[in-house]
Design a protein around this ligand. Structure first.
Ligand SMILES: Cc1cc2nc3c(=O)[nH]c(=O)nc-3n(C[C@H](O)[C@H](O)[C@H](O)COP(=O)(O)OP(=O)(O)OC[C@H]3O[C@@H](n4cnc5c(N)ncnc54)[C@H](O)[C@@H]3O)c2cc1C
Length: 297
């Protein structure tokens, strides 16, 4: 009889793990169910900058279409967030009321953008104010393009000069905006009452802008693991088989993971992790071990 495999997170790591499992005969071993917070199939997050700049379309960056899930008899709940796991009865509980039992569980919830403290970032009700963006999802790219197209939005500021921030800079310049790049520590406040008018920067004159992109790093997305009582430090703590510490049937993979004290923010480690996880969960190579990934040039 097939075992029930549930995957939380329909991103690059979760689906790479599923692909590796299928390559090892996983379709005969498991009934696979995937929950994904984003309302799409899986896409190359790495190429979002090219969508923002107009160099590629949304269709170009599709990794696994809805047809791929059907073809592999994978049940996909797209746009459905898992809120909690009961590791004793082996169920996941989703925000839409769905409850699904598993024999094996893979957590692949990725990361979320870090928002450094600064005045003017939030509305009084605690939501991120209109005109401030992070750059993590296809929806983020869509919202930025829409905002940048407005005739009165001529200047943008990108806070944080990491490589993903620089992709936002390139993308917004391609949308026709004038773009300033600033280090997060220097920005004291986002200015403007009803709409954004600029940034207040320490020891410098204010900078005029109509939109702000915050690209100041990422943090592992561990909410589900924390509320479910799993081992979490900076990320979800896994062993060399990608098994969550002290759990027999729960694995984790990708940016949500902490392995031997390391958390990662690029795709090379999650490719390595997905292969080892698949070796173990399918039983195809129980000697397989993940020992970390060195930075690749
Ligand atoms: C703009 C940009 C450019 C990048 N460029 C590069 C690059 O050039 N090279 C490189 O190596 N890396 C790059 N990266 C990083 C790379 O995209 C990530 O390392 C990779 O996507 C991480 O995969 P993941 O599956 O761990 O996380 P994600 O891809 O973030 O997937 C996690 C998924 O889980 C979902 N999820 C979270 N919580 C829940 C829940 N409770 N229930 C259901 N679903 C949930 C999320 O919505 C998300 O869809 C880039 C990232 C960005 C944002």
């Amino acid at each position: 009889m097939k075992r029930r495999l549930v995957v939380i997170g329909n991103g690059m790591a979760g689906m790479r793990a599923v692909e590796e499992i299928l390559v090892r005969g996983g379709a005969d071993l498991f009934d696979i169910t995937v929950f994904g917070d984003e309302p799409y199939g899986n896409y190359y997050r790495t190429r979002l900058g090219r969508v923002l700049s107009g160099e590629e379309s949304e269709a170009d960056i599709l990794l696994n279409s809805l047809h791929w899930y059907q073809k592999n008899t994978i049940t996909l709940h797209a746009g459905v967030r898992v809120e909690r796991i009961d590791k004793f009865s082996q169920h996941v509980f989703a925000a839409d009321g769905r409850v699904v039992q598993y024999d094996h569980l893979i957590i692949a919830t990725g990361s979320r953008p870090f928002l450094p403290p600064m005045a003017g970032l939030y509305t009084p009700s605690g939501t991120i104010r209109h005109g401030v963006f992070t750059f993590r999802t296809l929806d983020d790219a869509r919202r930025m393009i829409q905002f940048a197209r407005h005739k009165d939005h001529l200047r943008a500021a990108v806070i944080g000069g990491d490589s993903f921030g620089l992709e936002a800079v390139h993308g917004l310049r391609s949308c026709g905006l004038e773009v300033n790049v600033l280090s997060g520590r220097r920005v004291a406040a986002i200015l403007g009452a009803d709409r954004i008018t600029g940034l207040s920067v320490r020891n410098q004159p204010d900078i005029d802008c109509h939109m702000v992109v915050v690209s100041a790093g990422i943090r592992p997305n561990v909410d589900v693991a924390v509320v479910s009582g799993l081992a979490v430090e900076r990320g979800i703590v896994v062993d060399d088989h990608l098994r969550v510490m002290d759990e027999e049937d729960i694995y984790a993979v990708g940016e949500c993971v902490q392995h031997r004290g390391e958390v990662y923010g690029t795709v090379a480690p999650l490719w390595d992790q997905a292969a080892v996880l698949a070796d173990h969960i399918t039983g195809s190579d129980r000697s397989s071990m993940y020992l970390g990934t060195r930075a690749r040039s």
